[in-house]
Write a protein that binds this ligand. Structure first.
Ligand code: CMC
Length: 429
């Protein structure tokens, strides 16, 4: 315990313990508040509510710090390896050579989908949103892998985690192939995680996609930068669903749905649409920023602002650097990058954004990089989901391992009508 907080209610004093995290974050522990005082707390959007203790990711939004299991995110920039980071997040330490070998072998072994799952893709219209397909197909994995419902020990869980991390990329690639009417390309047992995904996305039966090492590194880094972000909307959803002891696939399928929204992972698509609108001359960058400041317009500067970061999002800074280097190396000249830079310049000098501490977030530059790699816009949020999956799995497992874990069940303040008599239909006016 790191001290006490005193609450005075109706003249009576109550003391509550203060908990302190590794980095000095402090919380008033109110677990028995209602039992002792008859009151609950009200915190729409949970901006002040800690839902759990977690040892996975640390963020200091004021300083622009993000660490995975204590390691600053910037340290993954050299030789980025998404599989290693996935292991780190889920199991708490960087994998040994042996752990890495076994996990990689499992990723290869589980990459394929049950052949009959292919019929599910056929059932979706070509124009189906890939996030809808992704969520549905992850949920469908529950039907094909009931052996992963009850996870008996750490090794069994590791197999389930490897299965899901491997299969999400196959599902994502198949969703894309279906949308463009191309034959599915099976995973290649000799390819690493990222090149294998790009192979399934872009190879043709008569022409193999060859992955440029620069593209491999850029995509590894993008996935790493999306891999966890503590109690964000989708991760909280995964924990919420998992708290009912729903299985890993069902919980992560729910996470995909939460991620889909434009205020969360869907923002990367919205950013591209915004940049494209400006590029097509529908509106100037200056007018767009003006519109984003006008509360009546309902328009926001997409890819800007964050609930936690009140300083630069370190992920945005790193992605801006990747974009600067990758595009010229690939010989891509993308006018949307210039527009993004211009928007950033205008916003960072505007008191509206400065006063509210609104900075570019992870979604501001990621789309420009994905586009340069050849990923279509409607797959951007799917890429975010592939990246975020290890985080979801890590949180699901951490929660499942927590002693005394209770089902997540917030309360509410009811503001509807008081007791009202039912009126038979014929008597209603
Ligand atoms: N453009 C214009 N105004 C903004 C923006 C923006 N992008 N973001 C916040 N504001 C204003 C907002 O109108 C409010 O103003 P006021 O105090 O005058 O009412 C103030 O800033 C605080 O905003 P909020 O909505 O209370 O902040 P929040 O913490 O609830 O929302 C957010 C955070 C990320 C949803 C929000 O900043 C936003 O909508 N950004 C655009 C969408 C986006 O880029 N989302 C991706 C987030 S990062 C990746 C992820 O989590 O998936």
């Amino acid at each position: 315990m790191a001290g006490e907080a005193t609450l005075i209610l109706d003249g009576q004093e109550y003391r509550f313990p203060i908990r302190e995290g590794t980095e000095g974050e402090r919380a008033i522990d109110i677990q028995d508040l209602r039992a002792r005082t008859g009151h609950i707390t009200l915190d729409p959007g949970y901006g002040n509510t800690g839902s759990c203790e977690s040892a996975i990711t640390f963020i200091d939004g004021e300083q622009g710090i993000l660490r995975y299991r204590g390691i600053p995110i910037e340290q993954f920039e050299q030789a980025p390896n998404f599989v290693e980071v996935a292991w780190l997040l889920i199991f708490g330490h960087l994998p040994s050579a042996e752990e890495y070998r076994i996990f990689s072998e499992r990723l290869t072994a589980y990459a394929n989908l049950d052949e009959s799952m292919k019929h599910h893709f056929e059932g979706f219209p070509r124009s189906a949103p890939p996030m809808a397909i992704l969520s549905a197909m992850i949920n469908a994995l529950s039907c094909f892998h009931p052996d992963f419902f009850e996870l008996e020990d750490r090794d069994h869980f590791q197999a389930a985690a490897a299965g899901l991390i491997s299969k999400i990329r196959t599902i994502a690639a198949y969703a894309y192939r279906h949308s463009v009417g191309r034959p599915y390309i099976y995973p290649h047992p000799g390819q690493r995680y990222v090149p294998n995904f790009l192979h399934m996305m872009f190879s043709q039966p008569y022409a193999e996609y060859v992955c440029d090492p620069i593209v491999k590194d850029a995509l590894n880094l993008i996935l790493i930068l999306h891999a966890d972000h503590e109690q964000n909307c989708s991760t909280s959803t995964v924990r919420m669903v998992g708290s009912s002891q729903a299985n890993l696939f069902a919980s992560c399928a729910a996470g995909v749905c939460a991620l889909w929204g434009p205020l969360h992972g869907g923002a990367n698509v919205a950013v591209l649409e915004m940049l494209d609108r400006i590029h097509r001359g529908h509106i100037s960058p200056e007018d767009y920023v003006r519109l984003a400041k006008d509360k009546d317009s309902k328009v926001r500067l997409m890819g800007f602002g964050h609930r936690v970061y009140k300083n630069f999002d370190p992920r945005a800074r790193m992605l801006a650097n990747v974009a600067e280097k990758l595009l010229p190396t690939l010989g891509v000249r993308d006018p949307l990058l210039d527009i993004a830079r211009r928007l950033e310049e205008i916003a960072l000098e505007d008191p509206y954004f400065v006063d509210r501490k609104l900075y570019p977030n992870v979604d501001f530059y990621s789309g420009i990089i994905l586009r340069a790699i050849g990923i279509p816009t409607n797959m951007f949020t799917v890429m975010f989901a592939i990246g975020r999956l290890p985080g979801w799995i890590a949180h699901w497992w951490e929660q499942a391992q927590t002693q005394g874990n209770r089902i997540a069940r917030p309360r509410q303040i009811y503001v509807g009508p008081g007791v009202t008599d039912h009126v038979p239909r014929e008597a209603r006016v």
